[in-house]
Each structure stands twice: as C-alpha cells, then as structure tokens.
Design a protein around this ligand. Structure first.
Ligand SMILES: *Cc1c(COP(=O)(O)O)cnc(C)c1O
Length: 388
C-alpha cells in the first residue's frame, strides 16, 4: 500500500514540521498513477475521465488533464468545476436532474447521462438543442461485490441504472451512448463478468448504429499493483471492435490511489482497559469512509494490534464515542506531540470533510516532485461558521 521507500523516508523527515491536521498530496505518486492510466488510453484508444467525486482537488486538474481525457461529474457543481478547472471533455450523471439547474448543466457537460426514460423524455429536446450527447445508465443486474451493498449499484431494489425489464427499446430517439457503473475497488475479472452481463442483457442495443459510445463507469482499481491491466485492455478492445464503440472509463480512486497522507498529532494518552491516543484528526470529520465503508486506513510505522510492542486505540477529540480510527501497534510507546501519518488519504477524504463538533478542516498541502511543500488551502473558523 505504501509508496517507494524514498518517499516514505522523506515524509518521516518532514512530518514534524507540518501543520496538523493536514492532508499532504503526493505529486510524484499521482503522476505515477496518471502514467499508468494514460498508458491504457494510448494502447486501447479508450478515454479515461477523472471521477471528481473521489478527488476534487482542482489545483491538480491542470496536471491531471495532461494525462487524462477529462472529467466525470455527479451533478451541477462538479460539472462546473470540471468545466472551469480541467477544461476538457466532461460527462455528467445524476440520479435525477432538477429542472432549474439543467440549462446550466448543459453549458458545462458534453455528455449527459440519464437514469430513467422519464428523465430522458423530460430533458431530451433541451439536451439535443444544446448540441450535447445523450446517454442512458443501464443496470446489468450483475453483482460482483459481496457484503458491500452500500457500494453495489446492482444490489436488489437499486435505484441506479435502468434494468432490461424497464428499458424502452423503441424510445431511443437522440440516445447515442450507454453507461454502466457497478464496480468498487475491483479487478478486471469482475469487469469481464459484468461485460458478459451487459452483452447478454443489452447486446441488441449496442448493435444499433446510433449507439456509438459506452461508458464503463468507475471502480476499476487500475493503479493497484495486482490489477490485471492486460485483461482490462482486452475487454476494452473487444467491445470497441465488436460494436464499433468509443469506450470511456471514469475511475476516481485509481487516479489518486495512495497519493495522499493525513498527518496528525497525538494530543493526549488516556487509559481504559487499554491505552488510547487522542489525535487532532477525526474519522467522522476527516476520513468518514473509515466509519462508513468501514475500513482500516494504513498508518506508517505501525502494525496490527499486538503485532508490535505497544498497542493503542486511536481516537479523536470529538464527543462521538465511535469516532475511533482503529487499534494499531507501535515499536515504542506513543507520547504527546508525536506525529502519525495515515496513508491513502487523497481519495474520498477532502471531498467528504465536515466540521461536526466544530472540528477544524485539515490544511491541504502539496508535496511536489522537487520535494518542495506548497500550501494549497487552509481553513479557519469562518469555514465552520459560514456554512451554518
Ligand atoms: C463513484 C463513481 C465513479 C468513481 O468510482 P471509483 O470507485 O472512485 O473509481 C465513477 N462513475 C460513477 C457513476 C460513480 O458513481
């Protein structure tokens, strides 16, 4: 999960000089990911878009835009951000669009993806008049993730995507593409399975000459070391050739995977059955996926409980009893003032921050390739007050 040794050593050296809590974005690792993704684009002709909902740190959009083809958005604000800051191809999907926001969305988005035939009916003419492309999100009803219903758009009674039973094959006026998104942190074997289901359920639609593009959504963990890129490329080529389609992928995680840290300070050590370190960061406020998913974030220089000499529960300043990041062990006892570095904190972190309990938002810093550190954004009391 960690970066190359040189980077880790570098971060250990600088961690005591950083303001805490802070996110530190690792430019070198980001570029490494982008090179992998760009390689897939070059070898397959597919276009890869940044799913902004995972990583909207727009200061890096010019860099990301050097490697990727554009942005994918979840609605008006993300589509505006992609339009303003990346200025490349911009796709938008929303479970449903509001009438009052739709004309503005059309200003920013090249491809507009609808989640139902009623939404298509309602917005079709305006979309075509604006010269934008229309896609429909389909639900191939092929669950490939177990025990993660909250992240599975193919779970029973899902609202995401049109099932074949509800697909009005005679009402495709103006529709030029299909979209599916069913994966989450998965490898290309699951994509392959999903594509079999897409073909079985919607192969006839893909054959229509009016259907010229297919967006395969996100959840492709392409930049993870064990990801089978060759199989992904085989899948892309098969579909683009067999059905004459332009293929899009819109990964979020894979773009900034392992490309950021959350640096925090130990404020106090208390006791209750075991030693508990209280940190100036919060799972609930600064890494909500730890509680929501849930998962255990990697922490530099630590082990599983009892793997190393000294085991601690790591918790936050907040009043929420469950605001606990997990239990970790260390070679030597923690003490007040120590810095801890959580890894893989660029994705689904900054975009999900909140100020519950009046917790401050972590400053956002960039660790440049040159080793220089640049502050991108810092927050204060006004950021808490102004939202209320
Ligand atoms: C969440 C989402 C993505 C990005 O998913 P990752 O798991 O971050 O790769 C892409 N497209 C859609 C429609 C999504 O909902």
């Amino acid at each position: 999960m960690l970066n190359n040794i040189e980077n880790i050593e570098n971060i250990k050296k600088i961690k005591n000089s950083l303001p805490t809590p802070c996110y530190l974005i690792d430019e070198e690792k980001l570029v490494e990911n982008l090179e992998i993704l760009h390689g897939v684009e070059v070898r397959t002709g597919a276009k890869i878009l940044l799913a902004q909902k995972a990583f909207s740190c727009y200061h890096l959009y010019p860099l990301i835009g050097e490697y990727l083809s554009g942005t994918a958005s979840s609605g008006l604000f993300e589509s505006r951000l992609g339009f303003e800051e990346m200025q490349k191809e911009n796709h938008v999907f929303s479970g449903a669009y509001r009438d009052g926001e739709f004309d503005e969305i059309l200003k920013y988005s090249n491809h507009v993806i609808f989640n139902s035939f009623s939404q298509l009916e309602k917005f079709r003419d305006r979309t075509l008049k604006a010269g934008r492309k229309i896609g429909l999100r389909i639900n191939p009803e092929c669950s490939t993730q177990q025990g993660h219903e909250i992240y599975d758009p193919c779970s029973p009674r899902s609202r995401l995507g049109i099932t074949r039973e509800n697909f009005l094959i005679n009402n495709l006026n103006g529709v030029t593409g299909l979209h599916f998104h069913t994966l989450c942190e998965q490898n290309s074997d699951d994509l392959e399975k999903t594509l079999d289901a897409v073909e079985e359920k919607f192969g006839d639609v893909l054959q229509f000459s009016q259907i010229t593009w297919l967006n395969m959504g996100g959840g492709h963990h392409i930049t993870r070391p064990d990801y089978d890129i060759q199989r992904l490329e085989k899948c892309i080529k098969k579909f683009s050739e067999k059905y004459s389609l332009e293929i899009y992928l819109e990964p979020g995680e894979a773009v900034a995977l392992n490309a950021g840290y959350l640096v925090t300070e130990v404020l106090d050590i208390v006791q209750n059955d075991m030693p508990i370190a209280i940190l100036d960061t919060s799972a609930a406020c600064h890494m909500p996926d730890v509680l929501e998913m849930p998962y255990r974030p990697p922490l530099m220089d630590s082990g599983l409980p009892d793997e190393k000499n000294c085991t601690y529960r790591l918790g936050s300043q907040t009043c929420l009893a469950g605001d606990v990041i997990g239990e970790y062990s260390f070679d030597s006892p923690l003490k007040t003032g120590d810095r801890l570095v959580f890894c893989d904190m660029a994705i689904y972190s900054m975009v999900k921050n909140n100020t519950f309990n009046g917790m401050p938002l972590p400053e956002i810093l960039l660790l440049k390739k040159s080793g220089e550190i640049k502050s991108l954004k810092n927050f204060g009391y006004e950021d808490f007050k102004s939202r209320l």
